[in-house]
Design a protein around this ligand. Sequence first.
Ligand code: 5GP
Length: 404
Amino acid sequence: MNREVSLSRMNNGSGLHEKRNPDNQDVTMNLIHDEIKLDYGNVLLVPGTRTNVTSRKLVNLNCRISFNHNEKTVYEGIPIMAANMDGVGSFAMADALIRHRIFTCLAKMHSEENLIRFFSEDSLRRDYCAITVGLRHMDREKFKSVNQNAGPIKFACLDVANGHTQRFVSFLEEFRSEFPEVVIIAGNVVTPEQTEILVKAGADLVKIGIGGGSVCETRIKTGVGYPQFSAVVECGHAAREAGAHIVADGGCTCPGDVAKALAAGSAFVMLGGMFAGHKEGGGRVVTRRFNTGEITDKGKAILQENKYVEFYGMSSQIANNKHFDGLQPWKTSEGREVLLPFKPSIDETVQDMLGGLRSACTYLGAGNLQDLPQAAKFVQCHDTHNRVFEDSPISDHSISSMLV
Ligand code: 5GP
């Protein structure tokens, strides 16, 4: 802090630049990318021309995905992953999603005993589930034990908030050499350079996304992040050049965003918020009563009782309280806690999502998801959809649950 840094902003017509003067030396540095980077909400997919996929029924959503470091394992299923978050990456969620051939990254906090039991009971779970491993020595030991006792485990998700560190790269290299047969999903990062580094260090799938998640506060607390759609496009390109794939992690708010992520070239899409709020996630269910403001014929207030599920970011205060000894004094919470309307089954959500993906394929003329990127063209836009009736207090099919 004893350096004298003078900043003068100037706009040279192609973007903002900073002129710095550290140690009294003139150094002009290009600090800001000129190109505007995009989120899913800034683009739309353009329909194809005279496409010949005539029905959504004809679209095949199952993919065969092979991995650069591991020829033995081929993923056959829908390229969607449930996130390794509390309330999402549960055993019940994994089993429910396997029925749809969707993958789950199990939450990090499952015990060794429960993981051994889970993987021993049904070998199909090894094709559709990854064990999440953090930097802690105990996580690696847990993986080793489950691999020995209920393995071989096919997928590991090496997950840290910031995959841009040398410590993470070294950890990945060590894990790769200790478990050469495992398909490694590693992240999170948002730059092509770091994507390439992770592929070289042993990742088969690089997880892309910092700060865009539904219950994430990293951008607010740190100012760090990268617009997710651009990160997916740029890092996806880097991963493919290096012979690997990416997982677009976070920021999808609707089935259309999932279609955009896959069309932009990500091999998988990871979802937290879109899979949260369901019974299978195992989150705490709370009931709240509201005065609707309406009255019965007899003048009594009509109350409405709604069920919600607690959902929170894995760097939130509540997650730190649950899984660690609270928030350490040098940290801030980088996740928020929300209540989501309780949904009794994930099946309807999955049908809605897969129906959207099939429809996206028919608009673009892609017979299957793997043809989607070749068929895709995006247009930048200011607004993606019409919001006119979004907040209307309308036809409530939960009317039967009203308490009089
Ligand atoms: P979503 O699908 O909910 O938009 O995003 C899910 C992703 O958000 C997760 O897979 C993970 O990468 C990220 N995430 C989960 N919890 C937190 C958190 O507390 N802070 C941050 N920065 N990211 C989180």
